[in-house]
Design a protein around this ligand. Structure first.
Ligand code: NDP
Length: 488
């Protein structure tokens, strides 16, 4: 593949045993371009039979791949990373076309991060040491083997398509597993292109198998498969609960990264300009469709009116436009049903007596009148327990309200069913320590947002998920620990 070569749309196929093949049933699903509302291709509507074929391919590849040296696995993962970097433009264009996100964002964040995922786990696997313990006085020594699980399933959502798909696949194969993976049916394109890259990098046939299709059929078939022994899932909380129910009787290992409704807590003593600029980003990056977006903004009352005026002014200046235009800040939402869902919450806010400070309406972009565009929307809520402040909206919509004391804001921050991330803006060290300890979240950012070091654990508490990904946590998830005790 050459860089800058954007493929004429040829039709997406499943990637099984290193080959691109049609689904057995020859059934297809339309794929929409969110920027103009047009169907621009079709993807396989894969059935149980396709998942079985993918499983058999993975099963056949496992004995050899699980015995491949760490250096060789590492070399291949790093090669995949290099090929992704070499094809940055092609992947970014495809991601933007599929998802509606600004191409500039895909170029700066999504695709580089997908490359980093492969590079990081390619390196991490060579450093993943097992433990040993001498049982003193008992003439025995214990050591722990970290063995790959076998065939594992990876299921990812549409909001950060390649970024999250590879966040699962890279550690899974680095650890010696073979994978059956399904991207979201709404954003299949970069997962499809990844197959080509993996073959080019020399990943043996069958180590990675990608099946496209609906969550309720293809995804469900992966979860129901009795010999796919672990599932790494990122998506909505309701889907996660359903997957847990299906998987539990088969004692599958589960990693569930689910929804969020994250507080962004702003104290008067913060670095104001930095906070303001970052808060615009943490509210509306990727059209607000990031599980980590700070969708509930709480501001200390002494600076509330100033913040409100400054924030609204900045939000109004964001450009909603076609994803391919370089000055676009807010692209299209991912799909028509999702646009309708987000709009329904703006209606709910009005019914609940909240004030729409800016936005709230669809945007018509000239030349792309059927695209799914929405103004970035700021809602001032009177109380923290209204629906728009409690339920995940997952669009360019944030709520704001003032608070009086640290105790008050802590209580409101924790009073949601979710617990993925929290952001805190303050220069008070003692408060930082107190609040970081007490916030119910898997990740707390202080004076920054979405800064990620791939060695750190990633995941949520409460309805935001079970388990941790990232760094060695991911490699632990994708391996079984076996203790060997030798008496001498
Ligand atoms: P969904 O839960 O609808 O879908 C996620 C994935 O699961 C998709 O590939 C989907 O397929 C598939 N799926 C759906 N039903 C089933 C099923 N019964 N069995 C197996 N797989 C199934 O989430 P969205 O794609 O709408 O993503 C948005 C959600 O993801 C938000 O709630 C967001 O907060 C969360 N998210 C969480 C993150 C985290 O790290 N905690 C990060 C990013 C997003 P299909 O799309 O084809 O239906």
């Amino acid at each position: 593949m050459k860089n800058n070569e954007i493929p004429a749309y040829a039709g997406i196929k499943n990637y099984i045993n290193g080959e691109f093949i049609n689904p057995e049933s020859n059934q297809w699903i339309d794929n929409y371009n969110p920027s103009n509302g047009e169907v621009y291709g079709q993807i396989p509507n894969s059935s149980k039979e396709d998942v079985e074929q993918a499983f058999q391919s993975a099963k056949s590849a496992f004995p050899s791949w699980s015995q491949t040296t760490l250096e060789e696995r590492s070399r291949i993962l790093i090669k995949i990373s290099e090929l992704l970097e070499a094809n940055l433009d092609r992947f970014a264009e495809a991601e933007s076309k599929d998802n509606g996100k600004p191409v500039s964002l895909a170029k700066m964040v999504d695709i580089p991060r997908a490359a980093s995922n492969f590079r990081f786990f390619g390196n991490a696997i060579t450093q993943f040491a097992s433990e040993s313990h001498e049982s003193v006085g008992q003439n025995a020594v214990n050591y722990t083997l970290r063995q790959p699980i076998g065939v594992v399933g990876c299921i990812s959502p549409w909001n950060l398509p390649l970024y999250l798909f590879t966040w699962k696949i890279a550690p899974a194969i680095a650890a010696g597993n073979c994978v059956v993976a399904k991207p979201s049916e709404v954003t299949p394109m970069t997962a499809y292109l990844l197959g080509e890259i993996c073959s080019e990098a020399g990943l043996p046939k069958g180590v990675l198998n990608i099946v496209h299709g609906l969550g309720t059929t293809t995804g469900q078939a992966i979860v129901e498969h009795p010999n796919i022994k672990a599932i790494s899932f990122t998506g909505g909380t309701a889907t996660g609960a359903h997957i847990a129910k299906v998987a539990a009787p088969m004692f599958k290992k589960l990693s569930l990264e689910l929804g969020g409704k994250n507080p962004n807590i702003i104290f008067a003593d913060c670095d104001y300009d930095d906070m303001l600029n970052t808060t615009v980003r943490s509210s509306f990056a990727n059209q607000g469709q990031i599980c980590l977006c700070g969708s509930r903004i709480f501001v200390e009352e002494t600076i509330y009116e100033k913040f409100k005026a400054d924030f609204v002014e900045k939000v109004k200046s964001l450009k909603v436009g076609h994803p391919s235009e370089i000055d676009t800040n807010i692209g299209a939402l991912v799909s028509k049903p999702h646009l309708e869902k987000v709009k329904s919450y703006i209606k709910i806010a009005k019914e609940e007596g909240a004030t729409i400070l800016c936005g709230g309406n669809e945007v018509t972009v000239e030349g792309y009148e059927n695209g799914y565009y929405l103004q970035p929307t700021v809602i001032e809520v009177k109380t923290d327990d209204c629906r728009v402040n409690q339920e995940e909206i997952f669009g360019p919509v944030v709520t704001i309200m003032p608070f009086k004391t640290e105790d008050d804001v802590l209580e409101m921050a924790n009073k949601v069913k979710y617990g993925l991330s929290a952001t805190l803006w303050t220069n008070n060290l003692k408060r930082t320590m107190r609040m970081s300890n007490q916030l119910q979240a898997g990740i707390v950012w202080v004076n920054t947002w979405m800064m990620r070091d791939l060695r750190t654990p990633f995941g949520g508490v409460k309805a935001s998920g079970v388990g941790r990904e990232g760094g060695f946590e991911a490699l632990r998830f994708f391996t079984e620990a076996k203790n060997v005790c030798i008496k001498y």
